[in-house]
Design a protein around this ligand. Structure first.
Ligand code: C2E
Ligand code: MG
Ligand code: MG
Length: 578
């Protein structure tokens, strides 16, 4: 074989080839390489190989790989002199002389897109989708990381879109898989014509494409994309109007690795589906961070339950007609090791509607039952009111689980446990709420409706719900002495409760003045800071003996003028005192 033949073969080879010296300086490049690089062969001479691939930030990786081996094979995004990029397979081999000294390098670059298009079975189909010839998820992953690195260095923007065909399954089921396949192929074709040379379109699932826009994308572009994709398609004489749902993750706003960016774009696509399809949704990294932080807080709260960091405080409820203590409301607290004693407002919103809501509810019920058992043994026979969250009450096996818990505390009379539910609980699923309440009542458990007056349909509820106590919301009671509007609400609730013959209790009774006024209006039961703040169970015996000495409160009924008019039918108040 002559040197001339070798040279001709080198020059005319279909693969892009370069021979470089030991310092990686180009000695000679063949025609295919010059074409790929969009440079004259002469311009290539003397260039460092690192420089050639530097555009695609391979240089550092290459340097690293060459340190440990003479042979390097890797895929990357090759960017030519005009700035266009294409996925390539790079193969770099060291050439050693007779003494074993590294004297040259031979670099071969294969254009992967061209390979796929030619349909050659080279093993490279691992990276391409057989139906459309587009890069698959695997190759997309590699190309994406390349593009991100490039964008990072250039301070450029990227937009990664995930497009999912709307109702693809229906199309497949109606017209058959062949039409389905054709549809995917045509869509691939259509989308690839909508984008720029160096944008990357990949097929990442049955009816799912990913599109990496190297220049980023604004809302106008995204809307245009959707609109252009939605133009009718003709398949075997059938006209189909196909739309996609589009999710977008933007780099660097969302500064993450390629696989995470893809996950975010997919999440956004699912949001677009939920919001009605044929629309785009941009992933909001701030929202996602908040979501993750919430997840973390929830995990922390779960530990609080298992590590026994929760406790119950108890707030007495009294009958102002005779000063009797009639019960206690159990209010949950979190004894946080770093943040101190936290009120429910600091953690309930976090778990609202999650499965933790039910777990907390069960913890509270169990703790209250244990307390009732302990008090029973000490001769304190007061009922405990437990707050039940909407989702807990409406959970499927609420009654069964409650029955089980009660059975574990046979010494506790069932009537000592009372449940407080919010007006809104009933609103969300009235028939289910009514059924659960009825079954609990069969067990002997009474209900109170909490924060009454704050819901939208208080009147309906007062009539429909089988509750044994109406708790007038503290926000109205607290300000009733100064605010005529709040006073009017308190008066109306008392009036209605009397008309419907329902016992009532006022929350937020902060002073004896409130108490006097409420008694005069016909409401005898009260709870509030004026009587006692919520306290640990250990403080209760001391409070009980102190309470019996507070004659200003216990003798309240004597000081109050008999109420007059409709709302004054003290029958309600008397009944409560019974
Ligand atoms: P709620 O059931 O209406 O409980 C009454 C709340 O009002 C308690 O707040 C109590 O400390 C406060 N309060 C009582 N008297 C007064 C007063 O005179 N003035 C003022 N300004 N406030 C008074 P807390 O303990 O912070 O509880 C807030 C809410 O958290 C409760 O409102 C209840 O809806 C919920 N909650 C408390 N414990 C539990 C629980 O174990 N499970 C569930 N699901 N919710 C609970
Ligand atoms: Mg309550
Ligand atoms: Mg309340």
């Amino acid at each position: 074989m002559t040197a001339a033949l070798v040279h001709a073969a080198f020059q005319q080879a279909g693969e892009a080839m370069v021979v470089a010296d030991a310092d990686l300086k180009v000695l000679v490049a063949n025609t295919a390489f010059a074409e790929l690089a969009r440079l004259e062969a002469a311009q290539l001479q003397g260039l460092c190989l690192y420089k050639l691939v530097d555009e695609s930030c391979m240089a550092m990786d290459l340097r690293e790989m060459l340190r440990t081996s003479d042979q390097v094979k890797t895929e990357f995004m090759f960017r030519n002199h005009l700035g266009q990029s294409a996925p390539v397979l790079l193969s770099l081999s060291g050439v050693r002389d007779a003494d074993g000294k590294l004297s040259h390098y031979m670099m071969v670059i294969s254009d992967l897109m061209a390979l796929a298009a030619s349909g050659r079975k080279t093993g490279r189909e691992v990276y391409f989708d057989a139906l459309t010839g587009l890069p698959n998820r695997e190759l997309l992953g590699q190309l994406m990381n390349e593009s991100i690195e490039h964008a990072r260095r250039r301070g450029a923007q990227l937009a990664l879109c995930v497009l999912d065909v709307d109702h693809f399954k229906t199309i497949n089921d109606t017209h058959g898989q062949e039409i389905g396949d054709q549809l995917i192929t045509q869509l691939a074709h259509r989308i690839s014509h909508l984008v720029q040379g160096d944008d990357i379109l990949a097929r990442i699932g049955g009816d799912e494409f990913a599109l990496l826009l190297q220049q980023g994308a604004d809302e106008e572009t995204l809307a245009w994309l959707l609109n252009s994709i939605a133009a009718p398609l003709f398949l075997k004489g059938i006209m189909l109007k196909v739309t996609v749902s589009l999710g977008v993750a933007l780099y660097p706003q969302d500064d993450v690795e390629g696989d995470v960016l893809l996950r975010h774009a997919t999440q956004a696509m699912h949001r677009a589906k939920q919001q009605g399809r044929n629309i785009f949704h941009v992933f909001d990294s701030r929202f996602d961070r908040e979501l993750q932080a919430r997840e973390e807080q929830r995990r922390r709260f779960q530990r609080a339950i298992t590590d026994n960091e929760l406790c119950l405080h108890y707030q007495p409820q009294v009958d102002m007609l005779d000063g009797r203590v009639i019960g206690l409301e159990a209010l949950v607290r979190w004894q946080h090791p770093e943040r101190g004693l936290l009120p429910p407002g600091a953690f309930l919103p976090l778990i609202e509607g999650s499965s933790l809501d039910d777990r907390l509810g069960e913890w509270v019920l169990e703790a209250a039952l244990q307390q009732l058992e302990a008090w029973g043994q000490e001769g304190v026979n007061l009922p405990i009111n437990v707050n039940i969250s909407p989702s807990h009450l409406l959970s499927e096996d609420f009654v069964e689980r409650l029955t089980l818990m009660l059975s574990r505390h046979p010494e506790v009379p069932v009537t000592r446990l009372k449940l407080e539910i919010l007006e809104s609980t009933a609103l969300s699923d009235l028939p289910a709420a009514l059924e659960t309440m009825r079954r609990c009542q069969e067990l002997g458990i009474d209900f109170a409706i909490d924060d009454f007056g704050t819901g939208y349909s208080s009147l309906t509820h007062m009539r429909q719900l089988p509750v044994d106590l109406i708790k007038i919301d503290q926000s109205f009671v607290r300000d009733m002495l100064d605010d005529p509007g709040d006073l009017a609400i308190v008066e109306s609730v008392i009036f209605m409760a009397n008309r419907f013959k329902r016992p009532m209790l006022a929350e937020g009774v902060e002073t004896i003045e409130h108490a006097r006024r409420l008694l005069a209006l016909g409401c005898a039961q009260a709870q509030g800071y004026g009587i006692a703040k919520p306290m640990p169970s250990t403080d209760l015996p001391a409070w009980l003996s102190e309470w019996s000495e507070r004659h200003d409160w216990t003798a309240l009924a004597m000081q109050v003028m008999p109420p007059s008019g409709e709302s004054s039918t003290s029958s309600a108040a008397c009944r409560i005192g019974n």
